[in-house]
Design a binder for this molecule. Sequence first.
Ligand SMILES: Cc1ncc(COP(=O)(O)O)c(C=O)c1O
Length: 393
Amino acid sequence: MEINKDSLFDESIDTPAFVYDETRLVNLVSYVNDLACRVGFNVLFTLKPQTFPDILELLSPYLDGFSVSSLFEARFVRDALEKPGPLHITTPGIRSDQIDAIAEACDYIAFNSLSQWTMFKGAVRDKVYCGLRINPQLSFVEDGRYDPCREHSKLGVPLVEMAALARRQDGLLANITGVHFHTNCDSRTFDPLLETVRHLDATAPELLRMIEWINLGGGYLFPEIGDRVPLARAVDILWSKYGLEVFLEPGSGIVRDAAAIVSTVIDIFESDGKTVAVLDTTVNHMPEVFEYQFQPNVLGQTENGPHRYLLAGCTCLAGDLFGEYAFSEPLEMGSRVVFTDMGAYTTVKWHWFNGVNLPAIYSCTKTGGLVPRKRFAYEDFAAQCGGDCHATL
Ligand SMILES: Cc1ncc(COP(=O)(O)O)c(C=O)c1O
């Protein structure tokens, strides 16, 4: 079932707005949960793409835990949920003044490098399950900016190095109970996951034999992947050959299709032969549009529609543009423009550039009603600008 589109045009919505669909979210997370039960892995939701507490609460009953990237994310999930389940963390950014609090808040730490492990093992031993992030040195992402397996990667210990340490039973690996890898992004097939697991099996069997758990990361768009056999084979190798407990930590695959950004046309004019429609939102409310330079999906767009517009954001940046879109009906002042597939990496990355207010957050409930969940105001902007003169130094 798709996101409830009617609700997105509801007149009562104050735009710009981020509207998430509770039914769609539950459908997506239960789909992954069901697959996990059949195939035999644990599902963690990673907070990277979405941290809104009501969404975390909605997902929580279908999850085996959460994964986080910082002490603040770990504290937040513990504050937001009564029983979040086990928390996993991996980050290149562990600081010595945070390690005790991280060990307090998290249950599993996958250290990002051997030096990070050496620095902090004394502080965490006996408090958490200790693991290492590995770099399987098998790239699937073309753009090097997003490829954790790129040359000179900062993410994880190179597999060849780990394999050599495990082969000679190096004391450096004492107390390491698991490994973590994350190597993909928006994949519509599980083939790379199986290829990576086969690569580990062939290159580092001694490593897999000495650990108890393995976290296969995120990067897979679960609901869009028809062939689940490679996933089942990958988990089967790890479980039946090595007895490993397997975790996956999807983000986008659970939340991306469950939310939209709803905006309103606030100006229309001609510019060098094209009609520009300025919206009350901006690429800064969905920063990946600008970062990755992709054109987001808009409801009602038709390839050859007679009414064409350059949809523009409302900030001073000339390149604050969404792209050219055609519609069968003309846009007017006050028309709604709805960007879909906005559930991941929007709310966590949006910012206040130019002082444009952030979108209000609404949920479309299971009965189809719209509930305002959070509004931002001038005071939030002022605080973000450092305007709180009573802040402690
Ligand atoms: C370590 C790790 N795990 C999980 C994820 C989630 O990936 P996605 O949202 O593509 O599923 C990411 C994304 O960058 C990541 O870096």
